[in-house]
Design a protein around this ligand. Sequence first.
Ligand SMILES: [Zn+2]
Length: 406
Amino acid sequence: MAAHPDEAEALTNLFTVVKRDGDRLVPVWYSDAYAEWLVPAADKLRAAAALTSNESLKAFLIARADAFQSNDYYASDKAWMDLDSRVEVTVGPYETYEDELLGLKASFECFVTVSDPDASARLSGYKALLPAMEQNLPVPDEVKTVRGAESPIRVVDLVYTSGDARKSVQTIAFNLPNDERVRKEKGAKKVMLRNLIETKFDRILRPIAHEILAESQQGELSAEAFFNETLFHELSHSLGPAFTTKGGEQVEVRLALQASYSPLEEAKADVMGAYNILFMIDGGHFPKDFRKKLLVSYFIGLFRSVRFGVAEAHGKGAALQINRFLEEGAATLDPTTGKFTVDEAKLEQSIAKLVHDIVMIQHAGDKAAADALLAKYGDVSAPMAAALSKVAHVPVDIRPIYPLAE
Ligand SMILES: [Zn+2]
C-alpha cells in the first residue's frame, strides 16, 4: 500500500477480495468475486419486494439488491434504519470477525425476523434515559461523556438466518449498521432476538443454575432478568468513554487499549448493564423484587458467557467479572455442595466498583492498566473451573433449525 497509495482504499475496502495476479495484489469487488451468488440473491430480493405491500420493506429490498451489484451499501443501510415493517430482513456484508488476518473484510449474513411493535415501544423509553444513566455512573463528572443516542430498539423473533449469522456462537442481539456515516445520521438499531434469548435461558442458563446455584436462591433465577441484562448490555455499549487523550490528541479508546479493548468493553457492557438496571429499579421502572432476581441471574449468567472460552472477548470479560466478585466475597462457593450463594449487598458494591475501575481505565486510555487487570482476573480460576466441570453436560450454544426455509 505504501508503494501504491492510489490502490490503498480499494485494497482495504470492506467489500473487496484481494487476489494475487502475477507479482501484484489486486482488489476485486464483491459484486464480481461473488457474482455467482449475488446476482441470483439480488433477483430474489427484487422478487420479494414485488410481493410485499409494505413500502419501507419494498424500498429496502430493492436498495439492497442494487447494492449487491454496486458495492455501495450506504443508501440501503439508511433504508434499513427506516424499516417500519413487521417482517424485517437484515441481509448483506456486515461484520469483519471472520477476517482473522486484518479484520477488514465483511462477511455476508442474513436475519429474517418478525418484530413485536408493542414490546419494542415499551423498551424504547429506556433510550431517553441514557443521559441519566451516564450521569449516574460511579465516576467523577469530568469522565462522563455525552454521545448521540438516536437508536431504535426492536424486539423480534428470529425465523431465519444464514451465512455469518448461522455460525456459533448464535448472537442473541445485534446492533447495526456499522457504517459510521449512517450511525451519525440515523443512529444504529438494537435488535433483540427474543425467541433465541428465551431458548438460551431455558436450555442453557437454567440447567447451569440448577448445578451451581444454591438451593435457597434457585427461585431468583429469572428469564426477564436475563432478557433485560442482554438489553442493557447493548445499551451500555453506548455509555462511558469513547475517546481518550494521547499526547494532547483525541484518540478512540479502541485504538489506545488495542487487544485489551474488546474483552474490557464486553465486561463493561455486562457489569454496567447490571448497574443500570439497578438504577432503573431505584427509579421505579422495575418492581423492587426484581433486584434479587437481577443480581442472581446476572451472576449465574456470567458462567454461561465464560464457556465461550477466555480466548474470546465475551468469555474473558466474564472471567474478569466472576473473579473480581469472588475475590470481594460477592458470591461464595460452598465446598460441600459445589454451589454458589450470591451476597446481594456485596455484589451491588462490587458491581459499582468494577464499573468505576473499567471506565477510569478507558477514560485514561491506560493500556498497561487494562492489560494488568485482564492478566490478574481474566483467566479460569479454581472455583470457576470447579463450577464449569459440573456443567459440562449442558450445551454451550443452541443450533436453530428452520424447517420451512429448508
Ligand atoms: Zn457486547
